[in-house]
Design a protein around this ligand. Sequence first.
Ligand SMILES: *Cc1c(COP(=O)(O)O)cnc(C)c1O
Length: 461
Amino acid sequence: MSVTLSAPLAARRARPGPPSLTPLLDPLVERVIRDTPECLHALVARHGSPLNIVWPHTVAGNVARMRCALSAERVDHAIFYGAKANKSQALIRAAVAAGVGVDVSSAAEFEDAVRAGAGAARICATGPAKTAPFLRQLAEAGALVAVDSLEELDDLVALLGPTGRARVLLRYRPRSAGRTRFGMAADAVLEGLRRVARAGARVALKGFHLHLSGYDYESRAVAIAEVAALVEAAAGLGLPARMIDIGGGLPVRYVAPEAYAHYLAEQGPEHYGTGRVPGDFYPYGSALTAADWIAGLLQAPCRGTTVAGYLRSAGLQLALEPGRSLVDQAAISLFRVIRTKPIGDGTAIVFVEGSSFSACETWFASEFLVNPILLPAGATRPDAAPLRASIAGHSCLDGDVVSHRLLAFDSAPQAGDLLIYANTAGYQMDLLENEFHRHPMPARLVAGPSPDGAFIFVRDK
Ligand SMILES: *Cc1c(COP(=O)(O)O)cnc(C)c1O
């Protein structure tokens, strides 16, 4: 039989939660959370829960640190923001204002990039199954098209007609990519080069594209060495390649590496409401920042020299398409607490207004390993007792859990308290958002600079 424990007994019985994973925060975002919590409460009161706030000021710094690592090795480069990481138009605008291009995979992303002021020369279209209207739109605008297959190349050439023009990259499937459906093996790329040569002036080969899953730079260095042979084959056909585009996958550091290593060493099934440790996590406490990753890549061995040495001697531009890492620290997601439901043993469920569709890692059988920040609505209750709780959404799906981890709280979160998940811009906040149960779509606000050095919050489009 389960009974509700009196507070002191609950305190004694509460088992420790897992080690805490304090989020790393942009200093300006941290200041708003620390100094003006009432402002965040007011925004949720006005715009509803969950509420996503994007912080475009963070983007320029992310870009500058990447560029610095590239310039240190005197590598000619181009950066395209992998725009699928977040739906915010303000973040695309911030990327374009920081001087980078945009990697788009749909007509809507393309139009957002144009609206943000990216000229066609700064737009690169990836994605494996571009429709005929999308290909036509890209060719007419003069955007760079990363061609995924020989069939897509033929479709593109056919729709150009006798007078159209297209600038292309051929997407290579590195040997380490295994059975992925994206890109072409080397022999297909060679056939693609012959078809490009036959198309004459209508198709201009700009270079080669690839994108690998995983977050190590070593596999990209190996892939660049593989592409070097294709660059030579292209030159032999009179097609001088200018660019190797290695896609995204640059790491983001959400929590301190030491704290993350400690967490992984200490975690156990008893720390999860499911009684199970998820099999796979994003490397939240990455040992490398995105800039370290670029430096490591450029110094990795390649063709008897380094990657940087090879690119310089071959006169090649290195293109990157960072998505997640370009929007590092660019959003926070706020959830208002509905109530806390004890389930015995000093353990509880905190129900929030919102769902795990707005913090989506649990839908991938994983977990966002960053502790939410509790912003209480009122004073601590006198009968406060520590407890551990997982965080659940307000839908009727058993799987709708934002954090399965049993997070340690000094006292039970109360109705109206806010839980803030930090650094949610990269795929967390809006990849799966929807109107399930007819709850409205979460609002997205942009934190823009105000004349007094603070922020003003307006609706993002
Ligand atoms: C998704 C994707 C990216 C962005 O990847 P991140 O891991 O977010 O950096 C870049 N290029 C291509 C082709 C992609 O599919």
